[in-house]
Design a protein around this ligand. Structure first.
Ligand code: BGC
Length: 770
């Protein structure tokens, strides 16, 4: 069974190898490969299946010895010796935990995210894990949905950048020819449309028009596939009435026929058998038939393939060639992981918590912190240089090693977490000139007891600054952890309000798994840092920012003022009756006002359409001044279309662009560049994150009021100016169109001949596109 994973003819070697193996497999063995099992649940029943070659992948087994033990059963005892793949929910780190993905998105630094994924792969593979169930690239516009923690926020472009970065980091292999074995296969999830669940309730139904699916939800999956992602996972939800595991349009038309992906498609946990409760299939046998017909290739823990596929083949309802297609994908992934050559993991000391990983965890957590407000109290200066000043550390998240790690940390160990309290104590030892007092006030985030308020308030009165660590425990976000009220839980806001009455400066640090509606709390604080669940090194990261390192995080999601605004996202359509400026609010309406006397604008009476903080927002310890956005190049065009200049289309023929005096150019040479100068007008060196937004103001369909098309993270020393330039191709301005003709409908991707406006801005709210 020798396999060469390095030769030039790799592809054909791979095909030959797989075809040969497949030709020697019985139907039972093929179906066996299509099962993914968690052996911990019933080892006695499942280990014999491995020996019989009836398991393709195991998951939730950690440790080289145990993985090897099960692998030996597959390789040495099964008839054909096909190795298992060991999978695991490795989501934002393995032992060393990095910020939750939403926090990683807040770094706007895909390079750092890629490095974190690479170091995660080093740790996970050292204990035998070769397949990670991440990244989750579901674009999420609803912070009630608990799984916003696991994704990269509300924007398609930002999520796509992060999706590709994680895939590269895990797999660590060139995407073409697969010249070296894949380090750890990524599994991009949840395919697709899962995050648009009605009312932000997990597993709930999603209704997404085809063009919106393609414009908003699918591009991050495509980006991950283009980056070489080895696998995708079906989502749990019914999309437009059809659950993904049975969705031929998603799994075959789009994934296979349009994207030409050969990635393995695995179900989510029992998402195949869920077709019965979904009300799609009367029984599990029918569910198995629907899933195989929609090319769900591997069944995670659902047993429907194991129980019914052979019968369905015998009855002539399923062709063996359908099974072969699925098994080919599974064997391909094993081949590309090099498992046929090297099925075992060296039983050495596992890689964990290396200096490099801890340093990176601290860096990425630092970059994930978003400064939302600063009345001048940050960075702490006098409080850390004047040895007489006293700092009060309080709030329920100040010293919670487990909670700061966030959701999905099966292998993260709270014992390795450095909490904010601990990090501040370490800082105290090194700098030796701060005095710390610790009075948490509340024991955990949901604590409603006011019993300790008095002690905390008394301590506040003796202190020069209050650091209030608020937020959510890890269990309040993630899968099946949705909230209908997204304010700070328990009595946190009440304690903060009491502390505010002391008149002492307050820094509010929020450690949470989602954007929270913290308007009232922001008003009660002098400075606010949003730190998400920052992982193992959350404490040192927060300390770095508190004590002087300029924050550089930017919000990956819009923060609503109140839950009733949700879904509230920056790239919405304008409507024909946008919100008045100023808006008409409930108390503006005269008593007895006639029905239409206060106008006809799209708004809520309690709050306007403006968010608490817009997408892309974040302050730092300096100020940046943006120059005018300039369009330098010409518009990319198709041959029969004219270029655009200064945001206008069309131009006349004699204005056509030329490259070195040559015309015509090929389409991919055509691009336009947009630039702007940014000056650091303050006294502190800092990173800025300029963002390019585009608005199409006319065209075939109404388009969003702003769309992110690029961003950069650049360091600008105090007093200096940098010019940022973005390049756009014609395709970057395109979107999906739909035409209905009776019962038929056709969708296509195109760029309109239209007027476009461009703005390089510090956040979506500041983009000048109206
Ligand atoms: C989740 C997936 C996860 C899987 C395996 C499911 O409940 O939706 O995201 O990878 O479980 O643990």
């Amino acid at each position: 069974m020798a396999v060469c994973s390095c030769s030039k003819n790799n592809k054909s070697d791979e095909d030959r190898f797989i075809d040969d193996l497949l030709s020697r497999m019985t139907l039972e063995e093929k179906i066996g490969q299509m099962n993914q099992l968690d052996p911990e649940w019933d080892a006695e029943l499942k280990e014999p299946l491995i020996r019989e070659g009836k398991v393709g992948s195991i998951f939730n087994i950690v440790g080289a010895k145990e993985v090897n033990r099960l692998q030996r059963m597959a390789v040495e005892e099964s008839r054909l010796g096909i190795p298992l793949i060991a999978a695991r929910d490795v989501i934002h780190g393995f032992r060393t935990i990095y910020p939750i993905p939403l926090g990683q998105a807040a770094t706007w630094n895909p390079e750092l995210v890629e490095q974190a994924a690479a170091l995660t792969a080093d740790e996970a593979t050292s204990v035998g894990i070769r397949w990670a169930f991440s990244p989750m690239v579901d674009v999420a516009r609803d912070p009630r949905w608990g799984r916003v923690a696991e994704g990269y926020g509300e924007d398609t472009y930002l999520t796509s950048q992060m999706a590709a970065a994680v895939v590269r980091g895990y797999q660590q292999s060139p995407i073409t020819n697969h010249q070296s074995p894949i380090k750890m296969a990524a599994c991009v999830k949840h395919f697709a449309g899962y995050s648009a669940s009605e009312s932000g309730r997990d597993y709930n139904t999603t209704w997404i028009p085809e063009v919106q699916l393609r414009d908003v939800y699918l591009p991050p999956f495509k980006a991950a596939v283009d980056a070489g992602a080895m696998s995708l996972m079906c989502s749990f939800n019914a999309l437009n009435g059809l659950p993904s595991s049975a969705n031929k349009h998603l799994n075959i038309d789009i994934l296979r026929n349009e994207w030409h992906s050969d990635a393995l498609l695995v179900s989510d946990w029992g998402s195949g058998s869920d077709l019965v409760p979904h009300g799609l299939c009367a029984d599990k046998k029918e569910a198995a038939l629907r899933c195989i017909n929609a090319r769900m290739e591997m069944d995670m823990q659902g047993n429907i393939y194991y129980d019914y596929l052979a019968e369905l083949v015998q009855e002539g309802k399923v062709k063996e060639s359908q099974i072969d297609d699925c098994v080919r994908s599974i064997l391909r992934m094993k081949y590309r992981l090099g498992l046929f050559e090297n099925p075992y993991v060296p039983e050495e000391e596992p890689v964990a918590y290396t200096d490099e990983a801890l340093a990176l965890a601290s860096d990425i957590a630092t970059e994930s912190i978003v400064l939302l407000k600063n009345d001048g109290v940050l960075p702490l200066k006098s409080q850390i240089t004047n040895h007489k000043s006293q700092i009060l550390v309080c709030g329920p998240m100040a010293d919670q090693p487990r909670e700061q790690l966030g959701t999905w940390i099966f292998d993260g160990e709270p014992g390795h977490s450095v909490t904010p309290l601990e990090a501040l104590k370490q800082y105290q030892t090194t700098s030796n000139n701060i005095k710390l007092l610790f009075e948490p006030g509340l024991a955990y985030s949901r604590d409603k007891s006011t019993a300790n308020f008095a002690k905390t308030i008394a301590a506040a009165k003796k202190s020069d600054v209050i650091l209030f660590f608020a937020g959510e425990e890890a269990i309040l976000s993630g899968e099946a952890r949705c909230r209908a009220d997204i304010t700070l839980p328990g009595a946190q806001s009440a304690l903060l309000a009491e502390l505010h009455k002391t008149g002492k400066p307050i820094v509010l640090i929020v450690m949470a798994g989602r954007p929270l509606a913290i308007g009232a709390d922001v008003a009660n604080a002098d400075a606010v840092l949003y730190a998400f669940h920052g992982g193992t090194m959350a404490g040192p990261a927060i300390t770095r920012v508190l004590t002087g390192e300029a924050p550089s995080g930017r919000l990956p999601m819009t923060f609503p003022k109140m839950v009733g605004q949700i879904p509230l996202y920056y790239n919405r359509l304008n409507t024909g009756r946008p919100t008045y400026d100023p808006p008409v609010l409930i108390d503006d309406i005269p008593v007895g006002a006639k029905q239409f006397s206060v106008g006809y604008s799209s708004c809520w009476l309690e709050t306007a359409t403006e968010p608490l903080f817009p997408f892309g927002y974040g302050l730092t310890y300096t100020t940046f001044e943006y120059g005018e956005t300039k369009i330098n190049g010409q518009l990319p065009m198709t041959n029969d279309q004219l270029p655009m200049t200064n945001g206008q289309l069309p131009m006349t023929n004699d204005q056509l662009p030329m490259t070195n005096g040559q015309l015509p150019m090929t389409n991919d040479q055509l691009s336009m560049s947009i630039s702007c100068s940014i000056t650091n007008t303050g006294k502190t060196d800092a990173y800025d994150v300029p963002q390019l937004y585009v608005r199409q103001v006319s065209g075939d369909f109404a388009r969003p009021i702003a769309e992110l098309k690029g961003f950069q993270k650049i360091f600008i020393p105090a007093g200096e100016t940098r010019t940022v330039t973005f390049t756009l191709s014609r395709e970057d301005l395109g979107y999906w169109h739909e035409e209905k003709d009776g019962f038929n409908s056709r969708v296509w991707f195109a760029t309109d001949e239209a007027e476009f406006r461009f703005s390089i801005a510090p956040n979506a709210g500041a983009a000048q596109l109206r």
